[in-house]
Design a protein around this ligand. Structure first.
Ligand code: CMP
Length: 135
């Protein structure tokens, strides 16, 4: 059994896509283990995106994820990490297949609706970062 950290970013929450997106994960068979709606503190955003801190778009990433409420949750299931990433579609919505979340709901890389952990290592780090009280 694997766990992964998923965020519905401010664009997805604002557009009232949370229920639709959560139900896609649940229908796939993934189980919600923890969930919260929060206004992301700047320090948490910077820690979450630490691997991008030297990239030119780091400031925009942090500004965007702190621009409005985010729905953060932990999903569990067999192969949860790759399954969630497949449901999300490619990071750049231009490359995301129709039927995937980004393929259906996003147009640009900066407003790409969802984030999900990309490896077992990042999942462990991100679950602990967003849900220090979990487990
Ligand atoms: P996310 O899964 O939240 O993780 C990092 C984010 O950086 C990614 O989604 C994109 O929204 C964003 N991103 C990745 N590459 C670029 C890029 N070249 N320019 C702007 N944003 C990017």
């Amino acid at each position: 059994m694997q766990e992964t950290l998923v965020l519905i970013k401010p664009d997805g929450v604002k557009r009232q896509l949370s229920g639709e997106i959560l139900s896609r994960y649940e229908r796939k068979g993934l189980v919600i283990k923890a969930l919260k709606l929060l206004q992301v503190p700047r320090e948490l955003a910077e820690e979450h995106y630490a691997e991008h801190k030297d990239k030119p778009f780091f400031g925009e990433l942090v500004d965007f994820i702190t621009s409005g409420p985010v729905l953060a949750f932990v999903l569990a299931g067999e192969n949860a990490i790759v399954s969630v990433r497949a449901l999300n579609g490619a990071t750049n919505p231009v490359d995301a297949a129709p039927g995937s979340i980004r393929g259906d709901y996003a147009l640009t890389m900066d407003s790409n609706v969802v984030h999900a952990s990309d490896s077992p290592e990042s999942a462990a780090r991100e679950v602990h970062l967003w849900f220090p009280e979990y487990k």
